[in-house]
Structure formats: C-alpha cells, structure tokens
Design a protein around this ligand. Structure first.
Ligand code: SF4
Length: 653
C-alpha cells in the first residue's frame, strides 16, 4: 500500500499536521499515525461538517434532544464532572510524557512542557487560530537540555513511587485549569467545592490507577525484550508521529536513557512503551484523527505501539457503572474503523480497551473484522448524509421525541444490572420544558406586546417574521478585491442600488467563490448577505460563505430593494442556554455574549458584541424569560440571530 494514492494522501495530511517541520525526512518506517489534519483545499466540510462518535451516539438516546442541540445549538449544563475527567486525563498524560531519569520527583509541573505556537487554520472561507505544538528545531524543547540523574530504577514499584510524586505535582495544575474552564463556561452549573469534596478529591487516585495500568504495559514491554522499537530507539530513530516525550519530533540524537547494547533496561522500557496521546499543551481539537474524506473525526486517548502494532485505549475517570458504559463498546469499534479507514484500509488495530480508572480495570474488546468495519462505515456515512450534511436544513419533524431507556452496569462496564423506563431520560432532560414528549412542556406566554417599566409598550414580533438574509441588486461602484490571507479574495464593494449606495464587506474570507469578470461597474445580484451596522451607525451588507455574487444583465433585475436601515424587531423568549467568547483581531480585543432563546414560534439566537453587551447580561440565567427590544435581525452561519447595538434593550421578565 506504500506509494498507493491513499497512502500518498495520508502522508500529505500528516505532513500538514507536522507543518512545523515540513521538509524534514521521515526517520523511520511507517507505523500507526494517530493524528492528522486535512489540507484545507482537500477538506470539503470543515470541523462543523464532520460526524463524531458522541454525535452519533447522542442521536440514539433521543433524536429530539439531539435536534435541539445540534440544529438549534442549545447547550446542556456544564457540570464540574465534565471538566474533572479532562483533568484526570491531563494528569495521567503529563506523567506519561516525563521520564523518571530526566525529571526529578519534585520538579515543577512545567519542566517538560512542549513548546507551542499559534497557527491559523482554515477551511472553506472560515478560519481560526490554533495552538499547536511547535515542532520547529529552534523551539524551546526541554528534553534535549536535560541530563539523566543518578537515580536507578530497578523495579516497577520504584517507578510507581516516582509517578505518585509526579501526580502530586501535576494534579493541582490540572484541576486548577479544569476549574478555570468550568468558571469560564457560560452554562456552568453545580457547586465546585461540593463536587471536589464529594468526588473531585479522588483525582490523584484515578490518575495513579491510570499509571498503574500503563506500568503493566511497561512490564510487558520489558518482558518482551523492548518490543519492536528497541533498535530504532537505540539508533535515535523516531516514529513519524512520536509519543509526546519532551523531545521534538525531528530529534535525531539517541535518547539519554538508551543503552548501546544488551538487555533492555526498565528505563528504556518506560520510553519504549509510552503510548501516543494528545500532548497536554496542544490546543483543543488540534490533534484529531480525521477521515481523509473529511466527514468523520475522532480523538484517540492512548495508542500503544511498542509491540509493532497499534492498540487503542480510552481512559474513563469513572468506574463504568453509568449508562455511558453502553456507548463505550461502540466508541471503541468506531476507533477501530477510523484507524483502518484513515490508514488506506490497510492497517488494523490489534487491540481495543477501555480503562476504568474508578476501579482500576481494563475492559478489552475484540477488534471488528474488515467486513464489519465496512458495514459500520456504510451506516455511519448514511447517518452523516442524513443528519450532518443537512445541518441548517434539518426538519424537527424528522427528530421525534423518542427517549431511550437508561441502563446501568456492574463496575468496570460489566453486565447490565438495571434499566429505568425512558421517562427517566425526560426527567433529567434540560429541554423538557420545550418538548412535547416530556409530559412537562411549559407553554409560552402568548403576549403580543411588552410593556416596559417606564410604561412604554413594544409590539412583539414572531421569529418567523425575521428575515436574516437578504438579496440585493445593483451596480458595483468601488471594488476592493482584498486578498484573503489564506488565498483568494475577500471582496469589499459599494453597490449602487435603486435605494442608494450600500457598502458590502466580507466576513472572514467572504463568499466561497467570486466569478472572474466581476468588478467595478458590473451589475450584480447578491444573495444571502446579512445586515449589520457600520461603525458610524449606518447599515452594511455582510458577505460570508453563504453569500453568492452573480453578474446580471440590466434586463435581469428582479426589483430587490436595497435596505436603508437595519431590520429591527422585539422578541420575547425563554433562555435555553448561554454563550460567551472573547478574542483579538487587528482592531483589538472583542467579547461576545449570547443566548439561545425558545419562543412561541421557534428558536432564535440573541448576540451582543463588546460595547453592545447589555449591562444586565450577567444576571441572565438559563430558563429565564427575557425580552429583547429593538434588536436587529441578522444571521450567523445557518442561524437566525437578533443582535444588539446601542439602541437594543434587554429585559429579564
Ligand atoms: S424531554 Fe424526553 S423526549 Fe424530549 S428531548 Fe428530552 S429526552 Fe427527548
């Protein structure tokens, strides 16, 4: 298969993932590649257009809940337990990355941190800034600077003692970072202190259970004489995508713990057995495994490769008794298929395991055969076509309220020991107040006007009346074919229309394509633009990847009128979830606050940027009833939005 089109493609995608060291010769033969990034030009759907295991599984739990979350963007509560699991995994990975001979038991947590850099990633006409591991030779890697200490590690127990000390160093950092991200989540819920007292304090024990399971691998690697990678390791040759170990991927010197010859040592086995995992310093979603065709993505926790094959392990900061245990066999089957399908259907994993750190157990699954994986792929692709490729066009009628029952399992994801009625799922569901299947639907107030506390009355609009995207026609005056930094143009233009002049500017890269020949003086029809205020209070048309610009003849004008003002509306609704963000552009820092509202006739997102964020936003809670007066109708992607400017007022009812 080496040299085949599929493997060439895989190399290209992996080269892109290693973009920090383009041009460097690969040092060893191809073995499992656990992460890749698609070349933007060959990424037809982008991050939001891919299927994942959690999405597929979520649909089976209740199609209606899935619809609310995936189509309407409602977000569930962010409970401490969700970030706790990440902290445990981070702690395990930080220890795995280190070496007992290079990092002393009491060294600071940051001693083996991988250097990072910011890299703009893009797909279609969208982009974002990713934090990636800096593989450039000049980056500040600590591994090559460290000299092995004198300590000897004669047995597994002495390494475990070192690992326990490292966990004690890394855990406070990992849980502090988890706490920070919980605090920053607009939908956070629960009591952090209470959670930490009840369960969170067990983090170090869970991490230790993970390391103990890993040490079983180290012991096996030692017993096997070092496994398939010993010769390469001693010669300073590294896999194409090495496990994070404090050294750059391009490092071509022999590891300081490598012996010249003889039996493999325990420290060598520690190095050799190390699985690949997502580097704790890598930004979110930057070390995914993406199907070369671009419609699926996943992220492996641990990929063991020391025996010359690839085995995938998923770690769970639980004891495997909850209903999620039902999804894990499917998750592992998904990983087996993803590995096979993204390795030219030429390389299969040889092992699949879930590690339940809550009771220190491994659950081992037999890998599916190729027929099963092909069938699985066909089913997943059908699902993707039906439910993911249709994003923005899904019909709620296709997503009935059909809650699944709630099973429970013996520890370690063992036998099913219980199953509640499906009404239990509705009882716990965030969306019960909106869902006709819950038996607890709360009707919306049928008010047609909102009376403010100063006595002023405001007629309320229906969401269905709002027109987020519009069509305009006219002749281009000023034409600015600004280059977009990732290629092509992001045009800005003034359009002379029947109603006057309208400034049109791109959002990010602007329209997907602009035909040759369009420029100053061309008559055009612009479809799918959305209105936004200008800095001086005027109105402009924004052009994004949902917008098209086509040249038209004079006799093809259809009479679309140019707007002279923003389309204002007053909306009353129930807050289903909240959102918040911040960032920086060439024009300075920005902040965003928003909420997903359910109204009597459909959902809408409300959104405010920086100085337009209303004073009362901090008071808004999930389930609050709010009124937005004089917002302006606009769009964000495939969503209908009511945005805030200086005229807009928010009231909590
Ligand atoms: S209330 Fe029940 S039926 Fe409705 S979305 Fe939630 S789980 Fe599904």
């Amino acid at each position: 298969m080496i040299g085949s089109p599929q493997m060439d493609f895989l190399h290209k995608t992996c080269d892109w993932a290693r973009s920090g060291f383009k041009g460097v010769e690969h040092q060893s033969h191809i073995i499992g590649m656990p992460t890749n990034t698609l070349i933007p030009e060959e990424d037809p759907y982008g991050p939001g257009g891919r299927l994942s295991h959690s999405s597929r599984w979520g649909h089976s739990l209740c199609p209606r809940a899935w619809f609310y979350e995936r189509e309407w963007g409602w977000k569930g509560e962010a409970l401490p337990i969700l970030v706790f699991g990440h902290a445990v995994e981070e702690c395990v990975c930080r220890v795995l990355r280190e070496n007992p001979a290079l990092v002393s038991a009491n060294a600071v947590s940051e001693v083996f941190d991988s250097p990072t850099r910011e890299l703009g990633a893009y797909w279609r006409r969208r982009d974002r800034l990713n934090t990636i591991i800096d593989q450039r030779p000049e980056a500040a890697w600590n591994g090559p600077l460290l000299i092995p200490m004198g300590e000897t590690y004669g047995d597994i127990e002495s390494i475990m003692a070192w690992a326990d000390a490292r966990i004690a160093v890394h855990w406070p950092r990992a849980i502090a970072s988890a706490h920070e991200s919980w605090l920053a989540d607009a939908n956070r819920s629960g009591d952090w202190e209470e959670f930490m007292n009840a369960r969170g304090h067990q983090g170090p024990q869970l991490a230790a259970a993970g390391i103990e399971l890993h040490l079983e691998e180290v012991a096996q690697c030692l017993a096997a004489g070092g496994g398939a990678g010993l010769m390469d390791f001693r010669a300073g040759r590294r896999p194409d995508i090495p496990a994070p170990d404090g050294f750059p991927a391009t490092h071509d010197q022999t590891h300081p713990c490598a012996k010249g010859e003889g039996e493999v040592s325990l420290l060598e086995a520690w190095e050799l057995a190390r699985p690949w995992f997502v580097d704790p310093e890598a930004g979110t979603f930057t070390q995914q495994a993406i199907l070369p065709e671009g419609w699926f993505q996943g992220e492996y926790d641990l990929v063991y490769r020391w025996d010359g094959t690839s085995r995938i392990v998923d770690i769970k900061a639980s004891d495997g008794r909850s209903e999620w245990a039902a999804s894990y066999p499917v998750q592992m089957q998904t990983y087996a298929w993803l590995w096979w399908a993204s390795h030219g259907k030429d390389e299969e994993v040889t092992g699949l395991e879930t590690w339940y750190l809550g009771d220190g157990s491994r659950k081992v699954y037999p890998p599916p055969n190729t027929d099963e994986m092909q069938q699985f792929e066909d089913e997943l692709h059908d699902f993707w076509e039906q439910h993911i490729a249709t994003k923005g066009r899904r019909d709620i009628a296709d997503y009935p309220p059909q809650p699944a029952t709630v099973p429970s399992f013996a520890p370690g994801g063992g036998e099913q020991v219980g199953e509640t009625d499906s009404s239990e799922r509705c009882r716990q569901c965030y969306w019960a107040g909106e869902c006709e299947g819950s038996g607890r639907k709360v009707d919306h107030d049928g008010a047609t006007e909102f009376v403010d506390h100063d006595g002023s009355s405001h007629p309320l609009n229906n969401v269905s009346e709002l027109i987020p995207r519009i069509t305009v026609e006219g002749r281009i005056g000023t034409w600015k074919p600004n280059p977009w930094r990732f290629g092509g143009i992001a045009p800005a233009l003034s359009l002379f229309t029947g109603g006057g002049s309208l400034w049109c500017s791109p959002y990010k890269g602007g329209p997907l394509a602009v035909a040759d020949g369009i420029g100053g003086g061309t008559s055009v029809r612009i479809e799918g633009g959305y209105l936004a205020p200008t800095r001086n209070g005027g109105v402009q048309l924004k052009l994004d990847e949902h917008t098209t610009i086509s040249a038209i003849e004079e006799d093809e004008f259809e009479g679309h009128q140019s707007p002279t003002a923003l389309h204002r509306a007053n909306i009353r609704g129930r807050v289903m979830s909240l959102s918040r963000g911040e960032g920086e552009t060439n024009w300075g820092k920005w902040k965003r606050w928003g909420a997903e509202l359910a109204t009597a006739d459909g959902p809408i997102e409300i959104s405010a940027m920086s100085e337009n964020i209303p004073f009362a936003h901090d008071e808004v809670k999930r389930d609050d009833e709010v009124a937005v007066i004089a917002g302006y109708a606009t769009a964000f992607g495939d969503k209908k939005q009511l945005s805030f400017d200086a005229e807009t007022v928010l009231r909590i009812l």
